[in-house]
Design a protein around this ligand. Structure first.
Ligand SMILES: [Zn+2]
Length: 437
């Protein structure tokens, strides 16, 4: 077993219910050979109980749970930063031409490597990944995630209307390809299958019914899609489905339950929030994407009041990078800009949204999300370079809550010094294991 010594900060209890941070200023965590945390507490006490274990010192900065990204598009890593367009223009001009290139398997493998590198460098250890429209490209994603050891849930993206023709499929073909992918990858290592219609805008009822068959037949699979992102899109979906609410276009096919994560939900009506809450489904809030595309200000307060689970997503490539520190900060900004309608967020809320709530949304709360005894050691060591503004801020922080606020305000992917998944170190400084290039 290995004993890690660090300043340990996490959120085992939901801060939206009044809980605060849990911190060990000089803490110890014992991790066994299978990556499970066996002991945790003040370093001196843990050391006294485990005098023989090898100690790994992580001095300075802080050790956080691995980040959980609940909405991130693998085929869009190379088009991050296409600013200046609303959703549907951005899709047509920026995202979908690139997504079409993944028909070429060699190209897709390169994109998968770039994508996994992006996750690891950002300290993201678990992710619900929006896949590709091409089954061979989804194989490439699963293989790259498996090689890196990340906890990835992903699948074939399906559509049968309104997109460029090479991205379209049929309900039968979508079902056959999805079942093949699930057979090859679902439950292998840390991988799981996600049933993924792009959005109701581009999926007919027949296609959604084909998705429902896969979702029902692949035990333990997940469902993900987009919902209520952009006002024009919302109106079009309502027209296409004869006045049906957007969430209900999925729910009518049995696609909204505890294993469902819907991205955005910037413009929900109350019936949709009530349905999401009653089904235990989650919403992936993607603040930099919502800001970049001008989609709107996320109504977090209404989600909380209805009891809807909310976690964070980077929404690469409409989002502006892989860092959940940046997403947490942008979530904070958005709530500030909402004034009286907003929810004032502390750094404890931001950490919860970036870690434990994501694990909960993905059904992984028993395994990861915080650094409690019994959980897998998925962790991120944030260590700024000596003298940089984050380092200065940490040296002058008034409290752990204040120090963590500085991590969200100033931290970037270059401050991620170490990343572990299930006790395996997958990145350290500029080193990544295995080499992904
Ligand atoms: Zn998205």
């Amino acid at each position: 077993m290995t004993l890690y010594r660090a300043r340990i900060v996490d959120t085992p209890v939901d801060p939206f219910t009044g809980a605060g941070l849990r911190a060990e200023e000089d803490g110890g965590i014992v991790v066994d050979e299978s990556g499970v945390i066996r002991a945790r507490g003040p370093f001196a006490a843990v050391r006294a109980d485990h005098p023989e274990e090898t100690v790994i010192e992580l001095p300075g900065g802080m050790l956080l749970p691995g980040f959980v990204d609940t909405h991130v598009h693998y085929p869009q890593v190379r088009v991050i930063g296409g600013l200046g367009m609303p959703l549907l223009d951005w899709l047509d001009q920026c995202a979908l031409p690139e997504e079409a290139r993944l028909a070429d398997v060699a190209y897709a493998k390169g994109v998968a490597r770039d994508f996994v590198t992006g996750l690891v460098d950002a300290g993201t250890t678990s992710a619900l990944v929006f896949g590709s429209h091409f089954a061979t490209a989804v194989d490439a994603m699963f293989a790259a995630a498996d090689l890196a050891g990340l906890r990835v849930t992903t699948g074939l993206v399906v559509s049968d209307r309104s997109l460029r023709p090479e991205l379209l499929s049929t309900p039968d073909r979508a079902y056959e390809e999805a079942r093949g992918l699930a057979e090859r990858w679902h439950g292998r290592g840390r991988l799981r299958y996600a049933v993924t219609p792009r959005f109701s805008f581009s999926a007919s009822d027949a296609m959604l019914e084909s998705c429902a068959a896969t979702f029902k037949e692949v035990q333990g699979s997940w469902f993900t899609s987009h919902v209520n992102e952009n006002l024009f899109e919302v109106a079009e979906v309502r027209r296409l489905f004869g006045g049906t609410n957007y969430v209900h276009t999925y729910a009518n096919h049995g696609l909204v339950d505890r294993n469902s994560v819907l991205a955005h939900n910037v413009h929900p009506v109350d019936e949709e929030l009530a349905l999401l809450a009653s089904q235990g489904a989650s919403v992936a809030h993607c603040p930099t994407s919502n800001s970049a595309l001008g989609s709107g200000l996320f109504p977090l307060r209404r989600h909380l009041e209805h009891g809807v689970r909310v976690a964070l997503g980077s929404d690469v490539g409409a989002g502006t990078g892989f860092s959940l520190l940046k997403e947490g900060l942008q979530a904070y900004f958005m709530q500030q800009l909402l004034g009286a309608e907003g929810v004032p967020l502390t750094s404890a809320h931001l950490l919860w949204l970036a870690t434990a709530s994501g694990a909960d949304a993905l059904g992984l709360a028993d395994t990861v999300g915080d650094l409690s005894v019994g959980k897998q050691f998925d962790a991120v060591w944030v260590l700024p370079q000596a003298g940089n503004p984050l380092d200065v801020g940490l040296g002058n922080a008034r409290s752990t809550l204040d120090a963590l606020a500085k991590v969200f305000a100033l931290g970037t992917t270059t401050d991620i010094e170490g990343v572990w998944v299930g006790g395996d170190q997958v990145a350290a400084g500029r080193f990544r294991r295995p080499a992904t290039r």
